[in-house]
Design a protein around this ligand. Structure first.
Ligand code: ZN
Length: 62
């Protein structure tokens, strides 16, 4: 019974839980130069971090 369902789970420190907890990624914003993701604790639901990725746009704007 010590199995994790989500093998791709990311762990981040959660203040509410006081430890490293599995987090889920949620798309927050789509920006012109990338996407903003938010990580929230799967245990208590608080936001524990965010990340911004480059979208790798192929188009160039001139
Ligand atoms: Zn938590």
């Amino acid at each position: 019974m010590d199995q994790f369902e989500d093998l791709n789970a990311t762990y981040l420190y959660c203040n509410q839980c006081g430890g490293s907890m599995p987090v889920k990624e949620k798309l927050l914003l789509i920006l012109p130069d990338g996407c903003m993701y938010e990580y929230f604790c799967t245990h208590c639901g608080s936001v524990v971090g965010d990340k911004k990725t480059k979208s790798g746009l192929k188009e160039k704007f001139f």
